[in-house]
Design a protein around this ligand. Structure first.
Ligand code: HEM
Length: 329
């Protein structure tokens, strides 16, 4: 479910950005023979409806999945969730603005052009709010593909807006220049905020992840009793990290590349032969501690069996996998 939340979130963001770009292009009233205006308009309308479909999946799966302990009220009343309340709340605001835009568009003929257009301008607010929600709430924000997707979405919308403002005719020149400067400034602010916030170490805590989720997902220093982490069955996640050698042992700290909030700390004895023999671990997959074998850690939490395999790559780096399955399956 959590994978579906993340996948549908990004799909909705890409479709929403494409729909905003097409909306900006249709508002320019320009029509080309090979790209007539009615084609752009119907594509804009259909993409917007598809955004709605993916958002329903996004919201349903985030509520059904037990990880963030969200309920349906959190999905409709902004800023009250216990999981990253501000950033999640912005998603709710963006979603509700989109509902207003869709509803008024479907009733456009009854509402009249002026009222419809007034509400439709909210689209411009809903898109950046959705971008900030995705970046601020998302687990995948730091991954290259996620950064690339957000980058492409932002550049496409900003480029469309600048093009629109630059081709809007001779009237209101000062306002249009101000608009273009505003677009560039907003992009710069987004980049600086991302670098100082969501891309920084410790964002999960700063963003308002509940303490029990943080304790469950972060590795603890070797030897100290570790917090219980809730793992779901069906994971097969690559781990990457580094290993620090001391005279007595080697400590490998690995991060789950699919879920950056999940870290695994493993202490192994270093016998000088290049083989790491795991002796104890900072990760516990359940209230009872895990069992150790030569190359990994296996433990059971309720019905979930987790295996962590680690390979010493040399030069201080380690890689591995975290696999979980239903016990007995
Ligand atoms: C226009 C509306 C929305 C858009 C475009 C959107 C998009 C996104 C994106 C792109 C992410 C990042 C996913 C990741 O990093 O893997 C995300 C995360 C998330 N969204 Fe939304 N979202 C919207 C509204 C909502 C609403 C109304 C909820 C209410 C339940 C919600 C719940 C979540 C949750 C729980 C996450 C965190 C998933 C994770 O940790 O990866 N979103 N959203």
């Amino acid at each position: 479910m959590w994978y579906a939340t993340r996948a549908s979130g990004y799909t909705a963001l890409v479709l929403l950005s494409a729909s905003v770009v097409l909306g900006v292009l249709t508002s320019s009233r320009e029509s080309r023979r090979d790209w007539p205006r009615f084609v752009v308009q119907s594509l804009h309308r259909n993409l917007s409806l598809l955004v709605g479909v993916f958002l329903v999946v996004h919201i349903l799966t985030s509520v059904i999945d037990p990880f963030a302990k969200l309920n349906f009220i959190d999905a409709f009343v902004p800023f009250i969730a216990s999981y990253r309340p501000l950033w999640l709340g912005l998603g709710v605001v963006a979603f509700e603005l989109l509902i207003a835009i869709t509803a008024t568009s479907l009733m456009r003929h009854r509402l009249g052009w002026r009222s419809w257009r007034f509400v439709h301008l909210f689209a411009y607010a809903s898109w950046p709010i959705a971008v900030i929600h995705g970046v601020g709430t998302g687990t995948d924000t730091k991954l290259i593909w996620a950064l690339a997707l957000v980058g492409v979405c932002v550049l496409a919308v900003i480029a469309a807006l600048i093009w629109r403002l630059a081709h809007a005719g001779p009237r209101f020149t000062a306002l249009r220049v101000l608009g273009i400067a505003g677009c560039c400034a907003a992009t710069a602010v987004l980049v600086v905020w991302m670098a100082a916030g969501p891309l920084e170490h410790g964002w999960a805590k700063a963003a308002g992840t509940p303490a029990d989720l943080l304790a469950g997902s972060l590795g603890t220093p070797a030897g100290t009793p570790a917090a219980t982490t809730t793992l779901s069955a069906g994971l097969n996640d690559p781990l990457v990290g580094s290993v620090v050698q001391s005279a007595a042992n080697a400590t490998a700290t690995l991060t789950d590349t699919r879920d950056r909030t999940l870290q695994v700390v493993i202490v192994a004895n270093s016998d000088g032969t290049g083989t790491l023999t795991v002796t104890r671990s900072g990760v516990r997959v359940c209230a009872t501690s895990a069992t150790f074998s030569n190359s990994g850690v296996t433990g059971q939490c309720g019905a979930v069996l987790a295996t962590i395999q680690v390979v010493d790559q040399g030069n201080g780096s380690v890689s591995g996998t975290l696999a979980t399955r239903k016990a007995g399956a």
